[in-house]
Ligand binder design. Structure first.
Ligand code: ZN
Length: 114
Protein backbone atom coordinates (compact mmCIF):
# COMPACT_ATOMS: atom_id res chain seq x y z
CA UNK A 1 0.00 0.00 0.00
CA UNK A 2 1.18 3.49 -0.79
CA UNK A 3 1.54 5.76 2.19
CA UNK A 4 -0.28 9.08 2.51
CA UNK A 5 2.32 11.06 0.63
CA UNK A 6 2.25 8.95 -2.48
CA UNK A 7 -1.38 8.41 -3.32
CA UNK A 8 -1.51 10.53 -6.43
CA UNK A 9 -0.43 8.34 -9.28
CA UNK A 10 -3.02 6.62 -11.38
CA UNK A 11 -3.35 2.98 -10.37
CA UNK A 12 -3.87 1.97 -14.00
CA UNK A 13 -1.41 3.92 -16.14
CA UNK A 14 0.98 5.00 -13.40
CA UNK A 15 1.01 8.64 -14.51
CA UNK A 16 0.45 11.47 -12.09
CA UNK A 17 -3.15 12.60 -11.69
CA UNK A 18 -2.55 16.32 -11.96
CA UNK A 19 -5.94 17.76 -11.38
CA UNK A 20 -9.14 16.79 -9.59
CA UNK A 21 -10.93 17.48 -12.87
CA UNK A 22 -9.46 14.28 -14.28
CA UNK A 23 -9.67 12.25 -11.10
CA UNK A 24 -12.04 9.32 -10.91
CA UNK A 25 -11.56 9.27 -7.16
CA UNK A 26 -12.96 12.80 -6.91
CA UNK A 27 -15.71 11.96 -9.34
CA UNK A 28 -16.80 9.16 -7.02
CA UNK A 29 -16.40 11.52 -4.08
CA UNK A 30 -18.76 14.05 -5.71
CA UNK A 31 -21.26 11.21 -6.14
CA UNK A 32 -21.02 10.35 -2.47
CA UNK A 33 -19.38 6.95 -3.01
CA UNK A 34 -16.19 7.92 -1.21
CA UNK A 35 -16.22 9.61 2.22
CA UNK A 36 -13.86 12.59 2.55
CA UNK A 37 -11.89 10.68 5.19
CA UNK A 38 -10.99 8.10 2.54
CA UNK A 39 -9.79 10.55 -0.11
CA UNK A 40 -6.19 10.16 0.92
CA UNK A 41 -6.38 6.41 1.28
CA UNK A 42 -8.19 5.34 -1.85
CA UNK A 43 -6.17 4.77 -5.03
CA UNK A 44 -6.11 7.61 -7.54
CA UNK A 45 -7.11 7.06 -11.13
CA UNK A 46 -7.64 9.14 -14.24
CA UNK A 47 -11.26 9.26 -15.26
CA UNK A 48 -10.17 8.23 -18.74
CA UNK A 49 -8.30 5.21 -17.38
CA UNK A 50 -11.52 3.79 -15.94
CA UNK A 51 -13.76 3.20 -18.96
CA UNK A 52 -16.27 1.28 -16.84
CA UNK A 53 -17.24 4.67 -15.33
CA UNK A 54 -16.05 7.06 -18.03
CA UNK A 55 -18.30 5.48 -20.66
CA UNK A 56 -21.28 7.01 -18.86
CA UNK A 57 -20.04 10.59 -19.18
CA UNK A 58 -21.86 12.16 -22.09
CA UNK A 59 -20.86 15.77 -22.61
CA UNK A 60 -19.57 17.84 -25.52
CA UNK A 61 -16.56 18.76 -23.42
CA UNK A 62 -15.67 15.14 -22.76
CA UNK A 63 -14.37 12.86 -25.49
CA UNK A 64 -16.65 9.87 -25.40
CA UNK A 65 -14.96 6.72 -24.26
CA UNK A 66 -16.02 3.14 -24.91
CA UNK A 67 -15.70 0.28 -22.51
CA UNK A 68 -14.68 -2.83 -24.38
CA UNK A 69 -15.05 -5.20 -21.46
CA UNK A 70 -18.05 -7.31 -22.51
CA UNK A 71 -19.22 -7.58 -18.91
CA UNK A 72 -19.21 -3.83 -18.33
CA UNK A 73 -20.03 -2.36 -21.74
CA UNK A 74 -22.93 0.06 -21.34
CA UNK A 75 -24.20 -0.85 -24.80
CA UNK A 76 -25.27 -4.17 -23.29
CA UNK A 77 -27.37 -2.53 -20.60
CA UNK A 78 -31.10 -2.05 -20.92
CA UNK A 79 -31.82 1.37 -22.37
CA UNK A 80 -33.37 2.84 -19.17
CA UNK A 81 -30.52 1.63 -16.99
CA UNK A 82 -27.96 3.08 -19.34
CA UNK A 83 -29.70 6.44 -19.51
CA UNK A 84 -30.00 6.59 -15.77
CA UNK A 85 -26.30 5.86 -15.33
CA UNK A 86 -25.41 8.44 -17.95
CA UNK A 87 -27.42 11.05 -16.12
CA UNK A 88 -25.80 10.27 -12.78
CA UNK A 89 -22.22 10.19 -14.05
CA UNK A 90 -22.55 13.13 -16.42
CA UNK A 91 -24.10 15.28 -13.72
CA UNK A 92 -21.29 14.38 -11.32
CA UNK A 93 -18.64 15.02 -13.96
CA UNK A 94 -20.09 18.45 -14.74
CA UNK A 95 -20.18 19.31 -11.08
CA UNK A 96 -16.57 18.22 -10.66
CA UNK A 97 -15.47 20.49 -13.53
CA UNK A 98 -17.44 23.32 -11.99
CA UNK A 99 -16.27 23.03 -8.39
CA UNK A 100 -12.65 22.40 -9.40
CA UNK A 101 -12.39 25.97 -10.69
CA UNK A 102 -14.43 27.60 -7.97
CA UNK A 103 -14.05 28.62 -4.36
CA UNK A 104 -16.02 25.59 -3.22
CA UNK A 105 -14.08 23.76 -0.55
CA UNK A 106 -13.40 20.08 -1.00
CA UNK A 107 -15.82 19.26 1.83
CA UNK A 108 -18.59 20.80 -0.27
CA UNK A 109 -17.81 19.01 -3.53
CA UNK A 110 -20.39 16.26 -3.03
CA UNK A 111 -23.97 16.93 -3.97
CA UNK A 112 -25.92 18.16 -0.99
CA UNK A 113 -27.93 15.26 0.34
CA UNK A 114 -31.66 15.80 0.19
ZN1 ZN B 1 -4.22 6.86 -15.74
Amino acid sequence: MANCDEGYNCDRCGEYVENVRESELYLRYVMGFVPSTELRREPERHIRCGPEFAQFIVDDEFDAIACDDPDLDKRKLPHEVRERQEQVFTRAWRRLQEVADSDVTVEDYPFPSD
